[in-house]
Design a protein around this ligand. Structure first.
Ligand SMILES: [Zn+2]
Length: 243
């Protein structure tokens, strides 16, 4: 084959080759967009450092939880994935514009704590069974929060934390207009920031991109050693729904 014949062939084929490259790139892009973002390696951050205005009272470090005794060490940190902390920051900003704010009751929860809670409650409506995937708290993508005023005082809500009764539903069943308004304010701010609401616990919210994360074995305190990595099995998604 002479050089000029080769050149002519390239001239004929070049548009087709370029079209093929462009089409492949577009197909790859489309496929990537359909896949959930992989955030398994996203670091955990302390809510207190990223959003210092958010009040933190980890109930599992106190006796004021369903087990009646502290489970977390007193110096336990409220941890979440970095992007989840950014969502909390956004919700906090929306609330602060109304002279309100968030209080965290629980954030990242190690798998060993989930086992203690399951043993105490054994009701899958309220506590994720470890054998069926446990809790999305262990992914660093779930938080338990309530509403506070500008001075950090809790506002009236449907129930207290860990009230595992129908009154804890995301839909308020009482007749106090103040409680109804407070619940709606909290839910709106969290949903605008990209959280989903849990059907049976008004205080529990999950980042809408939770499927891109994996369970974590981060230690609750800076000095503790990490626990064994929990198995990855996404809990039943049926319990996580939009408002
Ligand atoms: Zn929760």
């Amino acid at each position: 084959m002479t050089f000029s014949t080769e050149k002519m062939r390239w001239r004929r084929c070049a548009p087709l080759a370029l079209w093929f490259v462009a089409a492949s790139a577009a197909a790859q892009e489309k496929h990537a967009a359909a896949r959930p973002l992989d955030r398994r390696a996203e670091p955990m951050v302390e809510v207190a450092k990223v959003c210092p205005d958010i009040v933190i009272e980890l109930r599992y470090a106190t006796a004021r939880n369903v087990t009646g005794q502290p489970i977390y060490p007193p110096n336990a940190r409220a941890l979440v994935r970095r992007s989840v902390a950014e969502r909390l920051k956004k919700a906090q900003a929306e609330l602060q514009a109304q002279k309100l704010g968030l209080k965290i009751w629980d954030a990242y929860r190690p798998a060993w704590v989930q086992q203690i809670l399951w043993d105490a409650v054994r009701n899958p409506a309220f506590v994720g069974e470890p054998a069926r995937g446990g809790s999305l708290h262990t992914y660093g993508a779930g938080v338990d929060v309530t509403l506070v005023d500008a001075r950090g005082r809790e506002l009236p809500m449907p129930t207290d934390f860990d009230d595992f009764t129908p009154a804890a539903s995301r839909t308020y069943r009482g007749n106090d207009p103040v409680v109804a308004a407070n619940l709606l304010t909290l839910q709106r701010a969290m949903m605008h920031a990209g959280f989903w609401v849990l059907r049976d616990e008004w205080w529990h919210f999950v980042s809408e991109d939770v499927k891109s994360f994996a369970p974590s074995n981060a230690p609750l305190t800076p000095d503790a050693t990490p626990a064994p990595t929990p198995p990855q099995k996404m809990p039943d998604a049926t319990s996580v729904r939009h408002l």
